[in-house]
Design a protein around this ligand. Sequence first.
Ligand SMILES: [Zn+2]
Ligand SMILES: [Zn+2]
Length: 217
Amino acid sequence: MWDFFFPSRCLACGKGERKQLGLCSCCLGQVQWQGLGGCIRCGRIGCRQGCVPPDHGYRRVLALAAYSGPWRSLVLALKNGRDLAVARQVAKQLVALAGQAGMSSPDVVTAPPGAGKVLWGRPLAAAMAGETAKLVEARLFNGLMRRPGRPAQVELDSCRRLEGLTEHLYLQNEHLVYGKAVWLVDDVFTTGGTAAACTEKLLAAGASGVWVIASAA
Ligand SMILES: [Zn+2]
Ligand SMILES: [Zn+2]
């Protein structure tokens, strides 16, 4: 609401003047960028061994920045539907990062099924996936679905979470991913449970490979 009155204010601190990606220079300076230096399994710099379940299935994770400080505030603001233009800019950064990492353009771009707040009628990850698909000229696949009644992710450890998620995920129009290289775009990569469960479904439908790109990890 507040940015209706101050559209150029930083989305993290609400005070500074926006410079890039919805952030002021002060907040930008505090962001811990991860990018190419991040672990290929979890996207994080300096992660510990065993950071994600070993059977995750995806080829690699690429994450823009650590989910902390101003970047966390920004992602939360975007999840609350604050600014679609900034979500587009974040997607653009992700595509640029994937290019630097030498990742080939995918055939298909998708996002995990959303929960909770939506951004202009779509969860943030789906909005970013849509933008990413446009940028890399790939097909947007929105057939990753979730059955209702799934227990809250936050209450489960990574193993049970994966179990619970896999049971509740299913694909619609799965022939669209058969033989395709898929980018799974997520807003926040945490335990890897969501990404692993989505990957499992995509590979079972015949996807040739799955790469995860996330705005935060
Ligand atoms: Zn700021
Ligand atoms: Zn790791």
